[in-house]
Design a protein around this ligand. Structure first.
Ligand code: ZN
Length: 295
């Protein structure tokens, strides 16, 4: 094949499909409770999480491709191309090579069977659609797109069309509504039950009101796709530090602890949405303290 870094979980194979890298915020801006002394003490190797000036945190934006039981599955779809995001300029009118990266893995858009969405933010649903002849059409015409019904309802309710949610409303219109119109959406209740063979959505609210994390079980092995439960590896060590993007920081802490406990109890491979480098790892325990170990 080629040099792509596939992970194996049971019989499933998992690959990151890169969309873009961001270096917009300092650690203190990303994590408002950041304390430099604490950070240096518990996470001394942090230059690898910073861009070259060592002042801004590196945030990856990507999808995860899963090949499992004959199915091609995507978890989240990045930011997408050509989309107007006047209130989120890092995502405005992007031209990335995400689709080429997918094809390099030997998968064409029409080969995707399922698209699983952890939540409906701008950097997670963008490649759901692409522009053709001035119209947003589903990028994956043969896929079922699976996401939380309550999350969709939240970002459809005019009462929630606030400054904070402005981009999410624009995103819903060009990246989610066309999927529903094309009758490709399966809106689900997020309750931990199996929605596809080996796959379940678990409630991890806080970042958004109905955010979900996705579990894949294959044989005795578990993969946990955390979505935006965490934005930085230091949150494995200090789950009490919520991100500035978390709509409800206190609820986000509870969900972060749940996800970390799940990862430890099931020895799960953890596939994050925004960590830099490989973005995948395990939650390890050293001297009764937790830490992140990249895979
Ligand atoms: Zn995100």
């Amino acid at each position: 094949m080629n040099d792509l870094q596939w992970y194996t979980v049971g019989d499933a194979r998992i690959l990151k499909i890169q969309d873009l890298m961001l270096a917009a915020l300092s650690p203190e801006q990303l994590l408002p409770d950041w304390d430099e002394a604490t950070a240096l003490q518990i996470y001394p190797r942090r230059p690898e999480t910073l861009e070259s000036s060592e002042t801004k945190v590196l945030l990856s934006v990507h999808s995860w491709l899963i090949k499992d039981r004959g199915r091609n599955i995507l978890v989240d779809t990045g930011a997408g191309n050509s989309k107007a995001r006047p209130a989120a300029l890092y995502f405005d009118h992007l031209q990335t090579v995400w689709l080429e990266n997918l094809m390099r893995a030997g998968v064409r858009p029409e080969d995707i069977d399922f698209v699983l969405l952890t939540h409906l933010h701008v950097d997670h649903v963008g490649w759901n659609t692409r522009l053709q002849n001035g119209i947003w059409v589903p990028t994956f015409p043969n896929a079922r797109y699976v996401f939380s019904r309550a999350e969709y309802d939240f970002f459809s309710n005019p009462a929630h069309d606030s400054v904070r949610n402005k981009t999410s409303f624009m995103t819903r219109i060009d990246s989610v509504d066309p999927i529903i119109s094309a009758d490709l959406a399966d809106q689900i209740d997020v309750d931990g039950s199996e929605v596809l063979e080996g796959i379940s959505f678990h409630p991890t609210p806080g970042h958004t009101p109905h955010h979900a994390s996705v579990v894949l079980k294959s044989g005795v092995e578990h993969a946990l796709f955390t979505g935006d439960v965490m934005h930085h590896p230091i949150q494995v060590c200090v789950p009490e530090w919520s991100a500035v993007f978390d709509a409800d920081p206190q609820t986000a802490i509870i969900s972060r602890k749940w996800a970390l406990n799940y990862a430890v109890e099931h020895d799960a491979a953890v596939f994050t949405s925004h960590f830099p480098m490989t973005s995948a790892g395990k939650v390890m325990t050293y001297n009764q303290k937790r830490g992140w170990s990249s895979l």
